[in-house]
Design a protein around this ligand. Structure first.
Ligand code: NOJ
Length: 901
C-alpha cells in the first residue's frame, strides 16, 4: 500500500516537474526545431535567428498594431487592452498586449493611485518604485506585456492639460521619479514605455504642433528625463510623440530616435508611436528609427511598406533592423520564455495595493500654509464642517491617465471615520456659498475642498479655480464665504498642478492633496489629525498672479502661432522663470511644511576632480518627529553671453526623518554632469570655469545655507551673482515709483546676465510713451500729467537680445493724491516659509517707528512733523533666510499743523 502511495506521489511529482519545465520553456518551443528558443543565447543572437525565418509579410505585420478599438473600450471593459500587436504563431512569436498608465491601469477597473504630480511631491524615488510596482503588477495581472508610462514630459506651462500625469517643472526631479517608476514597473515583469518623446508639452494642436526648441534647451530641459529612464531605468520601449520637433515629426526624427536615443544613450529597446496621429509618413519613419505603429497599421500597412521597399525608398535592412529590435526586446524581457500573462482581476491584491496608495498619498500631501490650526487635536475638535463636492467623490484627471478605481475612500468618509463618534461632522456640497457659510459657522474647523479639472486633449484656459473647473462654479468665492463665516478655515486643494490662491491670506491653512488616489480620504484624515507628517514638497511653482506664470501673454511661445510653438524662453522653465524675473511666487517650488521645524547649519563643499560633495547638518528643532526634504541648488556661471544661466537649478535632494532634537548630516554628490551646460558648438557637455553658487535649504526660495564652489582655477572669494538668495523684485526688476514727479524717466532694467533689452513699447493707460536709448539702457518717459486716472497703469512689452518677449506692468499713483497727516505702510508675505525678523523704516531719511511680525512689517507714519510735500518712506526688512526686502512708498505730507488762534 505504502509502495503504491509512494509511486502515486512520485508520478504526481514527475507530472508537476514536467509541467514546470514546459512552462519554463514558455511559448517559444524546443531549441532543436527553433534555435532562437535556446535561452543560453544572447537576445541579439536569438532575434537575428528569428528574423532570418520571417517572411516579408510577417516582418511588416510585426511593425504595426492590430486593434483599433481597445484604446476606447479599455475605459470600461476589463478584457480590452489599450493595444495589441499580433505575433506569428508559426514561429512561436507571442502576441504583445499593451495598456495605459501611469496613475494606474486603464482597463476596466484598477487601483487608482495619486496623481503623478503627487508622486513627484514625495521627492522620493523609492516611493516611485513602489508606485511603479503597483501599476506594473496590475498591468501584468490584466494580461499585458507593456505599460504606456511613465510620462516624463516637463511642465512647460502650468496650463498643460496633462500636468497631473507628469512630474512637474524640474528635469532632475522628473528624471529621478521617472526612473523609480520604470524600475518598479519592470521589476514586475512588464515593459515600461517612457512617453512622449520628446518636447510634448501641450494639448493645443497636439497632433501637429511644432516645438521650435534650440538644442541646448532640448538637451538641458526636455531630454534628461528620457536619458535617465533609458540609461538607468533601462526602459524597454519609448513612445514617440504626436508633435514635431524643429520641423520634423517626433516619430520620424532621426536626430532624436537614432542619433540621441540609440547612438548616444545606447537604447536597445523599441520605439512605438503615440496613438493614431503621431506617425506622419512611411519612409520617413522607417528610415529614422520607428519600429511599431500603434494602434493599427496605417503608414506601416503591408501595402505601404511593400511599396516603400520595392521603390527603394526604404532599404530592406531598415525593415530587418526594426523587426530585430522588437524581437530583441521581447527576448531580453523574457516574453518568449514564459507563458502569456493571464488577464484576471481576481489575482490582484486589491487591499495590499490600497494600502500602498495610502502611504504614497501620505508622502505626497503638501502642506502649503499652516498658522498652527493643524494638526487637528483629538479631544479639542468637537465639530468639523466639510464643504465642497470634491470632498465626497473621487477626484481624478481625464484621458488615457484616467483610472476607474476598484474602490475608494472619499475625504469626507476618511475624515468622518478618523474623527470618530464624538465629533460632529457637517457636510455641505458648496453649491450655494450662503448655505456653505451657514454650515461652516460655529464649527471648530471648516475644511473647504476645491479642485481644478485636467484632461488630455485640452489645456486649461487659465489658472484660477473657476477657470480651471467651471463646473464647480466660483470656488474662490466659496472659500471667501466660508473663511468669513469661520475663522478656522482650512482649504484642501485637489488639483493636478498649480492654481491661483487669492484667498491664502484669509485662511489658516492650505493643503495640496493633488488628485489623491483611492485611499486619499484616509491619508488626508491621517495627515489632518497629525497621525503622519505631511510629506510633500511642491514639484512646481504656484504663482501669485496669472500674469506671473511662464509663457504668459506670449502666444508665439504658447500655444503657438500657425502650429508653431517657440520655446524662446530657453531654459527658463518653472522656478527658473520666476527666479530669473525676480517674481515672488505664492508658494515656491520645493516648498512644503512639516508639523515640526528644521534648522540648517554647517555647509561643507568638498570639491572632487569631477564634481563635489556638498553636505549640511539638518536638525529637527521642533517638538515632534518629522520628515524634511533638504534640497541643493546650484547657480552655474555663464561661460558666454549666449549661455544664460538661471539663478539656481535643483541638483540634489534627499529625505530625512528626524526625532525632536535629532541631527543628521545630509550629503549630495555632484558629478561632472551636474556642473555642466550643453555646448552646442562643441556637441557635448562642458563645465565652465567660474564660481558656482551653492545653496542648501528647504525650498527653491528658502535656502539658509549659501556657499561657492570654484572650478577651472576661478578665484571665488564671496558668493557669486548666481546662486545668491533671491531678492524681491516686484514686477520683474522694475523700480517702483510713485508720486514723486508728474513726469519722470523710467529706466528699463536689462534682465540678468548678458541679455539686453533691444526694444520696448511702453504705454500709460493705453497711450504710447516715448522710449529712448540712454547710456546703453532703454529709458521711457512717463508723463502722468496727461492721465486722469488716479492709478495709471504702465505696461511694457520689451524684446531681448535672446529673442524673448518680456511683459511687465506697474501701477503708479498720480501726484494729485491727497496729502496725509499720518499713514500706515505695510510690507507683507515673504516667500514661502520665510519670516520677517527685523526692519528699518525711514521717512525722508529720518527713522520712523515700525513693528515687525513674522508675516509683515507695519509702520505707522506720523507726517505731522514732515514739511509739506513729498514724503519718501523706505522700508528695509530682513527675513529669516537672510534676504533683504526693500520697499518704498511715496506719500505726500500736508505739512506741520498750525496752532489755532
Ligand atoms: C494617446 C496618449 O497621448 C498616450 O499617452 C496614450 O498612451 C495613448 N493615447 C493610448 O491611450
Amino acid at each position: 500500500m505504502r509502495v503504491v502511495a509512494q509511486a502515486v506521489i512520485a508520478a504526481l511529482l514527475l507530472a508537476l516537474a514536467t509541467t514546470q519545465s514546459a512552462a519554463a520553456a514558455g511559448r517559444c518551443g524546443e531549441p532543436p526545431e527553433r534555435p532562437w528558443c535556446d535561452t543560453s543565447l544572447a537576445p541579439d543572437a536569438r532575434a537575428q535567428l528569428l528574423v532570418d525565418q520571417l517572411t516579408q509579410e510577417e516582418k511588416f505585420s510585426l511593425m504595426a498594431g492590430d486593434d483599433a478599438t481597445g484604446v476606447f473600450l479599455a475605459f470600461r471593459d476589463p478584457r480590452a487592452h489599450v493595444g495589441t500587436s499580433l505575433g506569428v504563431e508559426r514561429l512561436g512569436i507571442p502576441t504583445l498586449f499593451f495598456t495605459d498608465g501611469p496613475l494606474g491601469v486603464r482597463q476596466g477597473m484598477g487601483t487608482g493611485l495619486p496623481a503623478a504630480m503627487g508622486l513627484a511631491a514625495t521627492f522620493d524615488p523609492a516611493v516611485a518604485r513602489r508606485y511603479g510596482a503597483v501599476v506594473g503588477n496590475e498591468a501584468k495581472l490584466k494580461g499585458n506585456d507593456v505599460v504606456h508610462a511613465p510620462v516624463v514630459n516637463l511642465m512647460r506651462t502650468p496650463l498643460g492639460g496633462r500636468t497631473f500625469e507628469g512630474y512637474g517643472e524640474d528635469p532632475l526631479l522628473t528624471a529621478r521619479i521617472g526612473v523609480g517608476w520604470t524600475q518598479g514597473a519592470q521589476s514586475e515583469g512588464v515593459i515600461a514605455n517612457v512617453k512622449h518623446f520628446a518636447a510634448n508639452n501641450q494639448e493645443a494642436d497636439r497632433f501637429v504642433t511644432n516645438a521650435e526648441v534650440d538644442e541646448r534647451t532640448l538637451r538641458e530641459m526636455y531630454l534628461p528625463q528620457f536619458e535617465a529612464n533609458v540609461k538607468e531605468g533601462r526602459a524597454g520601449t519609448v513612445m514617440c510623440a504626436y508633435n514635431r520637433v524643429n520641423g520634423v515629426p517626433a516619430c520620424e526624427n532621426g536626430f532624436l530616435l537614432e542619433d540621441v536615443l540609440r547612438d548616444e544613450w545606447g537604447f536597445e529597446g523599441f520605439v512605438l508611436t503615440d496613438y493614431g496621429f503621431a506617425q506622419k509618413s512611411t519612409a520617413g519613419s522607417a528610415n529614422n528609427g520607428l519600429e511599431l505603429e500603434m494602434p493599427q497599421a496605417g503608414f506601416y500597412s503591408q501595402a505601404n511598406l511593400a511599396a516603400a521597399v520595392t521603390s527603394g525608398q526604404v532599404p530592406q535592412a531598415a525593415i530587418d533592423l526594426h523587426v530585430r529590435r522588437i524581437l530583441r526586446t521581447m527576448f531580453s524581457f523574457g516574453i518568449f520564455d514564459r507563458e502569456a500573462y493571464v488577464n484576471d482581476d481576481a489575482q490582484i491584491d486589491k487591499t495590499g495595493h490600497a494600502d500602498v496608495t495610502r502611504e504614497i498619498e501620505e508622502a505626497a500631501i503638501t502642506l502649503l500654509k499652516n498658522d498652527g490650526v493643524l494638526p487637528l487635536r483629538d479631544g479639542q475638535v468637537k465639530s468639523i464642517a466639510i464643504v465642497g463636492a470634491d470632498a465626497d467623490g473621487y477626484k481624478r484627471g481625464g484621458g488615457s491617465g484616467q483610472v476607474e478605481p476598484f474602490t475608494f475612500t472619499s475625504p469626507r468618509a476618511g475624515i468622518t471615520k478618523r474623527a470618530g463618534e464624538g465629533v460632529e461632522i457637517r457636510y455641505d456640497p458648496g453649491n450655494d456659498p450662503v448655505a456653505a457659510a451657514a454650515a461652516a459657522r460655529g464649527a471648530d474647523v471648516a475644511l473647504v475642498f476645491a479642485s481644478d479639472n485636467q484632461t488630455e486633449f485640452a489645456d486649461k484656459p487659465c489658472l484660477s479655480l473657476e477657470c480651471g473647473n467651471p463646473a464647480r462654479g466660483d470656488q474662490d468665492g466659496l472659500i471667501d464665504a466660508v473663511a468669513t463665516a469661520n475663522p478656522n478655515t482650512v482649504v484642501v486643494l485637489e488639483t493636478g498642478g498649480p492654481v491661483l490662491t487669492p484667498w491664502r491670506d484669509r485662511v489658516r491653512a492650505v493643503v495640496e492633496a493633488w488628485y489623491p488616489g483611492a485611499e486619499g480620504g484616509t491619508a488626508l484624515a491621517r495627515m489632518l489629525f497629525g497621525d503622519v507628517d505631511p510629506g510633500g514638497r511642491l514639484p512646481s511653482t504656484f504663482p501669485r498672479r496669472e500674469e506671473d506664470k511662464p509663457l504668459d501673454g506670449n502666444p508665439r511661445q504658447f500655444p503657438g502661432v500657425a502650429e508653431n510653438a517657440e520655446y524662446s524662453e530657453g531654459v527658463f522653465v518653472g522656478y527658473r522663470h520666476y527666479d530669473e524675473r525676480g517674481l515672488a511666487p505664492a508658494f515656491p517650488s520645493g516648498h512644503g511644511l512639516s508639523y515640526t521645524t528644521f534648522g540648517y547649519r554647517d555647509l561643507r563643499i568638498e570639491p572632487s576632480p569631477a564634481g563635489a560633495v556638498v553636505s549640511a547638518v539638518v536638525t529637527n528643532t521642533g517638538g515632534r518627529a518629522g520628515v524634511e526634504t533638504p534640497q541643493l541648488y546650484l547657480g552655474l556661471p555663464e561661460p558666454r553671453g549666449d549661455v544664460p544661466q538661471p539663478p539656481r537649478a535643483l541638483k540634489g535632494f534627499t529625505k530625512v526623518a528626524l526625532e525632536p532634537g535629532q541631527t543628521r548630516r545630509v550629503r549630495f554628490s555632484l558629478d561632472e554632469r551636474a556642473l555642466s551646460y550643453y555646448d552646442v558648438a562643441a556637441r557635448g557637455w562642458r563645465v565652465a570655469a567660474g564660481c558656482y553658487g551653492v545653496a542648501v535649504g528647504r525650498s527653491s526660495r528658502d535656502l539658509p545655507l549659501q556657499g561657492v564652489l570654484a572650478r577651472g582655477g576661478a578665484s571665488c572669494s564671496r558668493s557669486p551673482g548666481s546662486g545668491r538668495p533671491p531678492t524681491e523684485q516686484p514686477g520683474g526688476g522694475l523700480p517702483t515709483s510713485g508720486c514723486n514727479a508728474r513726469a519722470f524717466s523710467l529706466r528699463l532694467p536689462d534682465p540678468r546676465g548678458r541679455e539686453r533689452l533691444v526694444s520696448a513699447s511702453v504705454t500709460v493707460n493705453g497711450r504710447r510713451a516715448p522710449v529712448r536709448r540712454r547710456g546703453g539702457r532703454l529709458v521711457a518717459r512717463i508723463d502722468l500729467r496727461r492721465v486722469t486716472a488716479a492709478r495709471p497703469r504702465v505696461r511694457i512689452v520689451a524684446r531681448t537680445s535672446r529673442g524673448r518677449t518680456i511683459r511687465l506692468a506697474r501701477t503708479y499713483r498720480r501726484c494729485s493724491v491727497p496729502c496725509k497727516r499720518s499713514a500706515t505702510v505695510r510690507v507683507r508675505d515673504p516667500a514661502g516659509q520665510e519670516r520677517f525678523v527685523s526692519a528699518r523704516v525711514t521717512v525722508n531719511g529720518r527713522r520712523a517707528q515700525s513693528s515687525v511680525s513674522p508675516r509683515g512689517v507695519r509702520a505707522r507714519i506720523d507726517l505731522r512733523r514732515v514739511p509739506a510735500g513729498p514724503a519718501k518712506v523706505r522700508i528695509v526688512a530682513r527675513t529669516s533666510t537672510g534676504r533683504t526686502v526693500r520697499a518704498q512708498r511715496n506719500l505726500r505730507a500736508c505739512g506741520r499743523r498750525r496752532g489755532r488762534v
